[in-house]
Design a protein around this ligand. Structure first.
Ligand code: AHR
Length: 660
């Protein structure tokens, strides 16, 4: 009897549930017009936006483990600590050599440790991530004064003070010389330190103290962190926008990004304070600098490695208007415009040219094939337009082959935005960069934002977007499932309007879990691991299933832009002979729909890739990286239909093969 009651109750509740969802639901049949392409999808459609924020470059993608390796941070001993064990010594940190303007300082060390030791430790970027059995490459520039009799021990130590690996040097020259050695680590450690111990008596100068893992991306010495590059590569980005947004502008003009200071020998690249060092009062990072070990050559090389178009952004003669807002007078703008011309020569010029020759000397005689350049980031009002106009005039006449990306300010609407678009329409940028850091509801409501944009006008670059959701328990936004869902719904609108929106990128890309200033961010990492957010997997779905042409997805002859909480877009991949249908359900109810496939002949089944979680607040973390993670299943195609029970709050892509 009890059993019968339970079954009865279950049937009852199931019936109520199905009745409710079915009767309340209007979207029951969705038509996919597979043979009626409405627009081309640009190869650049889905890309990435790299900014050196949240320790994304130094302490992140750039695999250098030593912080403040050249003692050039404002406080020259930042990251370094002295240690003594029955020996003595002292450092003179601000020794300065004007002959080397890119890297004037070095560390003078006076050692008095005939017995015992005197030395230094370097703390790395919130420690150094070290892997067991991995080879590490150490190097240092050194000279000693005559008569010095010193030995120098290099050691990696773990948090218990145990030695995990190292090497030794002695017999130092009186002239500067670069010494290097490699050693393996016997352990894995999240927060190792580098220890430099001296014995003997004498004076020694150190500069460019460096330690790199040997397993960098493509095993390049002094290269990039492999796991992070792999995460980016897995997105198959159509472009890489670099080196950032506000980083390009600088808090003031002296703090702006100057690409010429980021190329050539790494020891001559003049570092500057990272503007995010002081920007966020509740996330101050006084030890955040830009060494430019990851500079413009490396960005171009990365783009080439990943098959992405490089999109460098240049300062337009204005510093950040949220900060100093300095503006270069129009009659003094030439050097800024020249920087743009020289950059094109650096990327594409023949090796007989000045900047082409520098590229060759850095190991890349072939051009990087630069096609896009961005002028300014989030500038606004006439100060921007006046300067942009001057750049455009010169670039269009000297380099008509390069597409120019202009900005529309920091917001997706309002007086600055309207003014920028009105004025830019009188000019000839190829793309206008729009930024949206908004609440999830904005993204849901704006899925049709581009349906009514001018089809023949300037193209849009959705250059920075992320749904920011202030959750009850957190003062700032996390990468919650709900934020990713909102972006997915919005991205169906970007995809459907691929004839207007030619490029799009989430922002920012990377964040160190212990050293961030801004969130949400696409990929989080610590010193050894990385994790993709739900937002990352949403990006991956759209980018990996990009297609070459947009095809209509209609319900009652209308685009699906939120009816019954459903959003959809689809593309045809003519090269692969596949159709990709994205379907997003933002309701907490399941939806039963049938996809009616028109126009082409499909096989008997299709692949579904699904992201879902019942908890809108859920997110991935380094200790729990797969809370929201793609699952796949196979669905039957019956006749020309796929009947689907779309999971509550889910992002789905259906991959169908057709006969070409
Ligand atoms: O992505 C973080 C910042 O947001 C960018 O630097 C800037 O362009 C925007 O304001």
């Amino acid at each position: 009897m009890k059993k019968l009651l339970i079954i009865g109750n279950l049937l009852f509740s199931m019936n109520i549930y199905s009745w409710y969802t079915l009767s309340a639901q209007k979207v029951k049949e969705i038509f996919v017009l597979a043979d009626k392409p409405i627009a081309d999808v640009q190869p650049t459609m889905w890309g990435v936006f790299f900014e050196d924020i949240n320790f994304a470059a130094d302490g992140g993608l750039y695999a250098e483990l030593v912080k403040n390796r050249s003692f050039e941070f404002s406080l020259p001993m930042t990251g370094w600590n002295q240690i003594r064990d029955k020996g003595d010594g002292r450092v003179m940190a601000s020794f300065y050599s004007p002959a080397n303007p890119g890297n004037p300082r070095f560390l003078r060390i006076v050692v008095d440790a005939e017995s015992g030791t005197y030395g230094l430790t370097n703390e790395g970027f919130r420690g150094m991530g070290i892997k067991k059995d991995m080879k590490y490459n150490f190097s240092v520039s050194v000279r000693a004064t005559a008569g010095s009799d010193l030995r120098m021990k290099i050691e990696l130590i773990n948090s218990n003070g145990e030695v995990m690996g190292g090497t030794e040097f002695s017999g130092f020259p009186e002239e500067w010389k670069k010494l290097s050695a490699s050693f393996k680590s016997t352990r894995t450690e999240q927060k190792a330190l580098l220890r430099i111990l001296f014995t003997g008596k004498g004076t020694i100068d150190l500069d460019m103290v460096s330690l790199f893992p040997s397993d960098t991306w493509r095993e390049r010495p002094g290269g990039l962190r492999k796991d992070l590059v792999q995460m980016i590569a897995d997105l198959k980005p159509g472009f890489i926008r670099f080196p950032g947004g506000c980083i390009v502008e600088g808090r003031d003009l002296t703090n702006r990004y100057q690409w010429k200071n980021t190329v050539g020998p790494v020891e001559n690249r003049k570092l500057i304070m990272n503007r995010w060092n002081v920007e966020m009062q509740d996330h101050l990072a006084p030890d955040y600098f830009q060494t430019f070990g990851l500079g413009f050559f490396e960005y171009f090389q990365l783009a080439e490695d990943l098959g992405s178009e490089p999109l460098p952004i240049l300062n337009c003669g204005m510093s950040c208007q949220f900060n100093a807002g300095e503006v270069v007078p129009l009659n003094e703008l030439d050097p800024y415009i020249q920087d743009a011309l020289d950059l094109i020569e650096f990327a594409n010029g023949d090796i007989s040219t000045k900047w082409g020759r520098l590229r060759e000397s850095m190991g890349h005689p072939a051009p990087f094939n630069l096609k896009f350049i961005g002028i300014g980031n989030e500038q606004w009002e006439e100060q921007y337009i006046e300067r942009y106009k001057m750049f455009e005039k010169v670039l269009k006449s000297k380099h008509p082959e390069i597409k120019i990306v202009s900005g529309s300010g920091p917001s997706p609407s309002g007086k600055y935005f309207d003014y920028a678009w009105r004025e830019l329409k009188k000019l000839s940028p190829d793309l206008v960069d729009e930024h949206y850091y908004m609440q999830p509801e904005w993204f849901f409501k704006n899925a049709a934002r581009y349906d009514n944009y001018d089809r023949k006008g300037i193209k849009v670059f959705a250059g920075e977007y992320a749904a920011h959701w202030k959750e009850s328990k957190e003062s700032e936004s996390r990468n919650s499932w709900y934020s990713a869902l909102a972006e997915a719904a919005f991205m169906t609108g970007l995809e459907r309007n691929a004839d207007v929106v030619n490029m799009a990128s989430y922002a920012p890309l990377l964040a160190h879990v212990e050293a961030w200033q801004w969130r949400p961010d696409l990929i989080w990492f610590d010193n050894l691991n990385s994790v993709g957010t739900p937002n990352y997997y949403v990006q991956k779905i759209f980018s990996n299933y990009k297609g070459t042409q947009v095809i209509p997805v209609l319900c009652e002859n209308r685009n699906l832009t939120g009816q019954d909480s459903l959003y959809s877009s689809a593309t045809n991949d003519k090269t692969a002979g596949k159709i990709y249908i994205k379907l997003i359900n933002i309701s907490t109810l399941a939806r039963s729909v049938s996809l009616n496939l028109q126009g082409l002949s499909f096989g008997k089944e299709c692949l579904a890739e699904i992201l879902k979680s019942g908890d809108r607040y859920s997110y991935n973390s380094i200790s729990n990286p797969k809370v929201i993670y793609p699952v796949t299943k196979t669905l039957a195609i019956t006749g020309k239909k796929i009947n689907i029970a779309v999971d509550p709050i889910s992002v789905n892509v259906f991959v169908l093969n057709y006969k070409k």
